[in-house]
Design a protein around this ligand. Sequence first.
Ligand SMILES: Cc1ncc(COP(=O)(O)O)c(C=O)c1O
Length: 385
Amino acid sequence: MSLSRRSLLTAAAVRPLVALQKDLVYMNAANIAPCGKEALAEYLKQLNDFQQNPAFQNREVYKTLSESVRARLAKLLGAAPEEIALTRNSSESNNLIAQGLRLQAGDEILITAHNHPSNTQSWQLRARQSGATVVTAEVPVFAKSPDELWATLAKKVTPKTRVIAVSHFTNTTGLLYPIAAIADLAHKQNAWCHVDGAQSFGWMNLDLPKLKIDSFSGSFHKWPMGPLESGMLFVRAARLDELTPAILSVDYWSDKPTGARKFETLGQRDDPKLRGLEKTIEFLETTGMAQIEARALALSTRLRNGVAGVPGAKLKGSGEVAVSGPVVKVDFPGQNLATIYDRLWTKHRIAIAKTDAGDAAGLRFSPHIYNTESEIDQVLRALKG
Ligand SMILES: Cc1ncc(COP(=O)(O)O)c(C=O)c1O
């Protein structure tokens, strides 16, 4: 079953499409979103077929399946199939970029203090290997405008900057970076702009060429509601030749993988999962990314507005629409976060994430399209005691 564009307008239509337990209030899509029931069923069916008959003849189907999945994903993101690699997750994709670029002593890699470790530590290793330096821009957690975010990066750019690597939307406090402007900044220096899209892929209506970036990572098991351990990497066609694959193996489908395919020659893969990806992409296509984005933003806005009325709660971020999205971070200064986090789980079965300390400290709520308005209200009541 998939949704027509109109039926998405009610959360009640989406909820039955995922297998979440009825009494579970799950608001942690920024970590893992439940896989759509249909995608999971199709994946398991295909896996059974594979295991019952692993003969080469029965695996012919995957050659065309991987190409049709690539083409549909490319279309969804406004990209060309040649620019898409099917990876295992965003961490792998971030590392492929960090390891793949040619860097040398004296080069600078500009990141932010709120990059995910896979987009920080991978660059630190690369710097150690190449003699380059990692430069870290601070994150103005309460930024009111995209310009403010841009400026923190702009002031760290030097003639030595060779890479700017940032999160599109941060997992830490939910800040939406102005990517096209950051890509312009990078390109003025002839630098590479890598965007970690783990927190934007799947809820945002994306057109990657419009972002002007050189590479972009995503995970299907987060916002797109796809199967576990499935990711993607986009590399702009014009810059593909500048990247060397970090993992080499027998080319599974052909002797000469072309375009971004050269980043997915990892030996034997879980090919039946492609069927799950196909269904996941079909769901995103038929539902429409604009609808998904609107719904995710409506739910998070309801939550953010409600939190403003919770005694002792302090929202992270300015809440300004241009720099916000469906990750809502709430701090309780002077209170024990772990106690509140545990109470939400044990008393109310509300599943979220938390950061204990630092400028991202707080409880993280990441509602998605399977959540209902009444679940948002339930969370707000639970936060009050
Ligand atoms: C911004 C960001 N990048 C990368 C990752 C890593 O994602 P994965 O574990 O799917 O590789 C995460 C995970 O939460 C993330 O938030």
